[in-house]
Design a protein around this ligand. Sequence first.
Ligand code: FE
Length: 162
Amino acid sequence: MKFTVIIGLLVIAACSSGMQSQTGTSSHIFDPTDSTKIVKTDSEWKAQLTDEEYEVTRLKGTESAFSGEYWDNKKQGTYSCVCCDLELFSSETKFKSGTGWPSFYEPIVAENVGEITDNAYGWSRVEVVCNRCDAHLGHVFDDGPNPTGLRYCINSASLKFK
Ligand code: FE
């Protein structure tokens, strides 16, 4: 148990280093209902995203806990992919997790969010990605609330709230 906690802290420390909260504008609009795959080059993503958005979504980074724009956002609305505008999560399923990252118990549409087993840092987790553009969003854990028991732990930097 103690070992698990130490590993967890190391992962958080490793993930959080050097990340700063930023705001930026992106001039990209895609149809939020069209799930046709979007593929772009690294330089195209870099031109479209802020540095932090790029690092989180395209390089699988993690923003620091309690640093993002949405962890404490209580407004009603929809969270879309910052890269391609695909609708991912609703405020209806957002809950207070105490982690410092926006947390949801289910996606708006299951097909919009893909899952990949992530063995980084010697710790097996399930990564979640945007199914249209493959943006890294965060991870899903099985310690969430009813009705699903799932906790989608998502980076604010991967999301745009409307
Ligand atoms: Fe996307």
